[in-house]
Design a protein around this ligand. Structure first.
Ligand code: ADP
Length: 498
């Protein structure tokens, strides 16, 4: 039973069998009800007739009992029900009761048995005792009730009526009738069900199998389509969404959404790989050309040292880039843990201002900083936070022409700390703003990584990751030709992500 179709059929069959059983039970109860009512009214009629007969006989004959009792009270076990040696009903009266098919028991005021009908005499001693015990000691009337008498009597329905107006000797009449004689027999129903149900079950199972198969056709179609799409080159394809707007339509929509996300991440992965190879290829080519030149045209030692120097610079840039890529890859995998230490962020600002200041000196750019008077203590990863601030500060210097200025500001708010790096540089075009945190993205692709503004476009991606890993955010505001402001907001209670 490994297929959904098989499972559905099995479940349906089980449910059908349970439903059939419940239906048969309910049918049995319903069919029995009228026959029990009929039995009860028969018992009522017969007891009233018996009572009337006793009263009429008393009026004509006077005393109706002869000799001692038959069975001494309902509690006596010594006498058998067939023992007729005690007092008994006068034969001229009891002859009338012999015609009763049901169990009739007549007792005196002490519940001693005076008469048993023929069918009652045929009962076992135990059954007769059980039945006689149903007569209440106070001889109060009892409406029709069911009681099991055991094999062979089975369950009976009985009623008790006190005898009045027939002399002091008579106590009560108990009249009982077995169910099987007049009521609905469950075996009839069971037989009917046994005959009909195999046909119904076979038909229903076949129907369930067919229905399950039909219902699963769209699922099979989706599976076939997914099979065709599963190789990476077909990710642009989409599943046909059924017009039914049901669960399958939702499944197709969900899968299409997943395919769209897969396509996006596959293409960004491709782009990322292509960009990374391209960025590595250029310095490698420069390196190779330099080394080949030095080997084929050996020059003076000073020229060789110059070539080696250039080669070293290329190697440094490449290892810097590989380091950045590794950081981002680890961050993606969640394997770049932060080492959080409470520190005064003013130290970081001072450090970054100094480094950016040195860089800016040669460019004619002024770097200033503004920090609060009191320490701004925050648990951060010292190395990473330093990297974040340096990335922003060196970018600001890099993209600010001579005569411009860069301001690094630290602001302490009650629930957060803000780091702001503002420059008066070339700015970023509004259309470029959504991309600046993308990996390998640079505003002007024509800018050479070895030119006056070197870089490969990974710095801001790393900066964004560091801010977010500290539970913070980074925002940018810029106007081309006027300058750019980067604002990093860090919450006071830092829950490091990763
Ligand atoms: P890189 O600086 O190495 O190119 P980044 O990721 O640090 O890479 O920056 C991505 C791009 O964002 C830069 O190439 C530049 O076009 C733009 N950019 C970043 N900072 C500034 C800034 N302060 N002013 C203008 N443009 C900027």
């Amino acid at each position: 039973m490994r297929t959904i179709r098989g499972k559905l059929t099995a479940w349906y069959t089980a449910a059908l069998l349970v439903a059939l059983a419940v239906f048969a039970g309910a049918l049995y109860v319903e069919l029995r009800k009228p026959s029990i009512l009929e039995l009860d009214s028969r018992l009522e009629l017969e007891t009233s007739l018996a009572l009337r007969w006793l009263q009429d006989s008393h009026r004509v004959l006077g005393r109706l009992v002869l000799g001692d009792t038959l069975l001494s009270g309902a509690s006596s076990a010594a006498q058998g029900p067939g023992d007729l040696s005690g007092p008994s009903l006068s034969p001229s009266v009891s002859a009338y009761f012999e015609a009763y098919r049901d169990y009739l028991i007549l007792v005196d005021r002490d519940r001693n048995i005076l008469f048993l009908s023929e069918s009652a005499r045929a009962l076992s001693f135990q059954s007769l005792r059980t039945l006689a015990d149903q007569i209440p000691p106070e001889l109060t009337p009892k409406a029709a009730t069911s009681i099991p008498l055991g094999v062979p009597g089975g369950a009976v329905r009985f009623t008790v009526v006190p005898v009045s107006g027939a002399g002091e000797d008579l106590g009560a009449i108990l009249l009982a009738a077995p169910f099987t004689n007049s009521t609905f027999d469950p075996r009839v129903l069971l037989n009917a069900i046994l005959v009909v149900s195999p046909v119904v079950v076979v038909f229903a199972v076949a129907l369930a199998y067919w229905l399950a198969g039909t219902a699963l056709v769209p699922v099979r179609l989706i599976m076939d389509e997914m099979d065709a799409i599963k190789d990476g080159r077909s990710l642009h394809r989409r599943l046909a969404v059924p017009l039914s707007n049901d669960e399958l339509a939702r499944l197709a929509l969900t899968l299409n959404g997943m395919l769209a996300r897969l396509e996006t991440s596959f293409s960004s992965l491709h782009r990322f790989t292509a960009d990374a190879s391209h960025e590595l290829k250029t310095p490698l080519m420069v390196l190779r050309a330099g080394v080949e030149r030095a080997l084929t045209h050996p020059k003076t030692p000073s020229e060789s040292i110059e070539a080696l120097d250039e080669a070293l610079e290329q190697v440094n840039q490449m290892s810097e880039m590989v380091e950045d890529l590794l950081t981002l890859a680890r961050a993606d995998e969640g394997r770049a843990p932060l080492t959080m230490d409470a520190m005064d962020l003013r130290e970081l600002v001072a450090d970054a201002t100094e480094t950016a200041g040195l860089l800016a000196e040669g460019q004619g750019v002024e770097v200033t900083s503004k920090v609060p008077d009191n320490p701004v203590l925050l648990p951060v990863d010292r190395q990473r936070m330093r990297e974040l601030l340096l990335n922003l500060a060196t970018n600001a210097v890099k993209y600010t022409p001579a005569g411009g200025s860069v301001a690094i500001e630290l602001e302490d708010a009650p629930d957060q700390v803000r780091l702001r790096v503002a420059d008066t540089g070339i700015g970023i075009a509004p259309g470029d703003l959504p991309h600046i945190f993308d990996r390998f993205w640079r505003a002007d692709p024509a800018r050479s990584r070895t030119g006056d503004r070197p870089g490969v476009g990974l710095g801001l991606s790393i900066t964004k990751w560091i801010a977010e890993a500290h539970g913070g955010t980074i925002m940018v505001a810029s106007r081309p030709g006027r300058g750019t402001i980067f604002t990093v907001t860090l919450p006071r209670s830092v829950e490091p992500i990763n």
